[in-house]
Design a protein around this ligand. Structure first.
Ligand code: CU
Length: 160
């Protein structure tokens, strides 16, 4: 009798566990995440190596690496990678300029900034991961917000 009671309790616990798993929506969603990797470089001639970046529509996350392949320090030729809506590019560049190097030329709490790396100098790199949620179909651009760089250092970004 005691044995039967234990069996029943065990069965109830197992049932509760499988019910719990089926109720957690993030468990299967996390397994279905697709992380797509991108790489872009910046050099001492104030240039990115790519004018366009894109990921497929089924990418849920983007892992982007910015690599500075030059030799100049970040105080002289720093580069970052900042993702914005095309319409916000100039305003974000201006706000970044006044934010300064300690803030990586990105104004703290700037809601127009969708994602950004830190500012790197020659030989350095930075990798960031961000969600593509809500980005498909939008007119997006990336830029370097180091003062004066965005005229040359900008490109289009597309999801899908
Ligand atoms: Cu730059």
């Amino acid at each position: 009798m005691k044995m039967l009671r234990y069996t029943l309790v065990a069965a109830a616990l197992l049932g509760a566990q499988s019910l719990l798993f089926s109720l957690i929506p993030w468990a299967p969603a996390a397994a279905a995440d697709k992380v797509c990797k991108l790489e872009i470089t910046g050099n001492d001639q104030m240039q990115y190596d790519k004018k366009d970046l894109s990921v497929a529509a089924d990418c849920t996350q983007v892992q982007l690496t910015l690599k500075h392949i030059g030799k100049l320090p970040k105080e002289a030729m720093g580069h970052n990678w900042v993702l914005v809506k095309a319409a916000d590019l100039t305003a974000v560049a201006n706000a970044g300029m006044t934010a300064g190097l300690p803030a990586s030329y990105v104004q703290a709490g700037d809601k127009r900034v969708i994602a950004h790396t830190k500012t790197v100098g020659g030989g350095e790199s930075d990798t960031i991961t961000f969600s593509t949620a809500g980005l498909a179909g939008q007119s997006l651009m990336y830029l370097c917000t180091f003062p004066g760089h965005n005229a040359l250092m900008r490109g289009t970004f597309k999801v899908g």
